[in-house]
Design a protein around this ligand. Structure first.
Ligand SMILES: Cc1cc2nc3c(=O)[nH]c(=O)nc-3n(C[C@H](O)[C@H](O)[C@H](O)COP(=O)(O)OP(=O)(O)OC[C@H]3O[C@@H](n4cnc5c(N)ncnc54)[C@H](O)[C@@H]3O)c2cc1C
Length: 381
């Protein structure tokens, strides 16, 4: 088969590799001038620092097959994400842990004491939290909620936390010990030569051709047996039902001689600080030595037509619009929508790779059995 893949991020790279290894011819078109999608990394020519161009990316997973898969294409260096937060003139460690609690309240509580102390603060009268704000108040009480969640979330999502679903906060843990590793997953690390080199390794197969600076056009599909589309779902249909809502990010880059903040990610919880966090990229490669430093101040805002879509909003209105796009997609033959943009979901890299492996296998099975290939292997709704 001749297969066309739209986009050269992890989704297309992994599906393309699986199909190429199964003996099919894969063509990838990518509108940007580089591969790896939003995970793209490049060395800053002046300092030599490996920069995460579209924001910080840390690889973490519990999926052993995915962990072994990525290591076929890159050496991974140990890396654990330890995030700090500046709020009210002090620096704390995140996610909220025993150190954060003791420091914030000026106490020396042991785990069980801290648990009881936080439970006494929590708004236990909220039985079934519906909104982000209710969930925060229910979980950690008003003071920690205000310091660590309210301002950051308001800046990140551009709306009051009472307008956001509780499910967003359900993902943020509180720990009653001193473990400040941001992620729980068994396998964590950083590709030694960056994510772009990793994706380059995945794409390095004689059955795969990549065309950069080549936006997809509907007419291209005629020359192929099937299309995998990892671009925006609404964009495929020329935004006929409207634009699915996203948040975009602006990165204000600055350089520094030496070490600017002593860690990779510093959040800013105060609403009066307009940015959400500062990333200092050289700390993502602690095995390297660089005198200079490259930092990004990160600002979040509503995504306009010419901006890069980052975080899908997925509130009630967006879901209604999404349902209309899903219906259109399901009545379109010959194309499968994949990845974070094609299915309008936030996906970590490991989930993206897991789904891409499953899509490739599902596709090959459907073709072998002579069944029509679905528009989605993973339903967006
Ligand atoms: C700020 C931020 C931080 C993140 N941090 C982490 C993290 O720490 N850990 C983690 O596991 N995950 C993280 N992620 C998630 C990670 O970025 C995604 O899992 C990953 O990018 C998904 O890959 P993809 O191939 O589906 O999409 P993308 O990487 O977006 O690739 C899609 C590609 O399609 C191209 N394209 C779109 N439309 C067209 C078109 N019409 N024609 C041609 N090409 C087109 C785009 O240019 C892009 O290159 C983060 C995401 C964001 C937004």
């Amino acid at each position: 088969m001749n297969v066309l893949m739209v986009g050269a991020g992890f989704s297309s790279a992994v599906i393309g590799r699986e199909l190429a290894e199964a003996g099919h011819a894969v063509t990838i078109v990518e509108q940007r001038d580089h591969i790896a999608g939003n995970c793209h990394t490049e060395r800053d020519p002046d300092t030599g620092v490996m920069v995460h161009v579209y924001g910080p990316h840390i690889f973490h997973t519990d999926d052993r097959e995915v962990w072994e898969y990525v290591q076929r294409f890159s050496t991974f260096k140990p890396y654990e994400n330890r995030v700090k937060s500046t709020v009210g003139g002090s620096v704390y460690s995140l996610p909220i842990n025993l150190h954060t609690i003791n420091q914030f309240f000026g106490k020396t509580l042991r785990p069980e004491e801290a648990r009881a102390f936080i439970e006494a603060q929590a708004a236990t009268h909220i039985d079934d939290p519906q909104t982000f704000e209710e969930q925060g108040l229910r979980f950690v009480g008003p003071e920690l909620y205000q310091a660590f969640f309210h301002g950051y979330t308001t800046k990140q999502w551009g709306c009051h936390p009472s307008a956001l679903p509780a499910s967003i906060l359900k993902r943020l843990p509180v720990r009653f010990n001193y473990n400040d590793n941001y992620f729980f997953h068994r396998f964590q690390g950083m590709p030694e030569h960056g994510y772009t080199a990793l994706v380059e390794g995945i794409l390095d197969h004689p059955g795969i051709r990549v065309h950069l600076e080549t936006p997809f056009e509907a007419a291209m599909a005629r020359d192929y047996d099937h299309v995998f589309y990892s671009g925006p779902l609404d964009g495929y249909f020329d935004y006929s039902e409207g634009r699915l809502g996203y948040r975009t990010l602006d990165f204000e880059r600055f350089t520094h001689h030496g070490d600017y903040q002593g860690c990779a990610v510093m959040n800013y919880g105060d609403e009066s600080v307009p940015y959400t966090r500062i990333t200092e990229h050289k700390h993502f490669s602690p095995w390297e030595q660089h005198d200079g430093s490259v930092c990004y101040k990160e600002y979040s805002r509503a995504c306009g037509p010419d901006d890069i879509p980052y975080y899908p909003i997925r509130l009630v209105d967006e879901k209604a619009m999404l349902a209309r796009y899903v219906e259109k997609a399901e009545s379109t033959a010959g194309v499968t929508f994949v990845g974070r943009l094609g299915t309008y979901r936030y996906l970590d890299m490991d989930v993206t790779i897991r789904e891409a492996l499953d899509v490739a296998r599902g596709f090959l099975e459907h073709r072998r059995d002579g069944e029509p290939v679905p528009a989605f292997f993973k339903a967006p709704l």
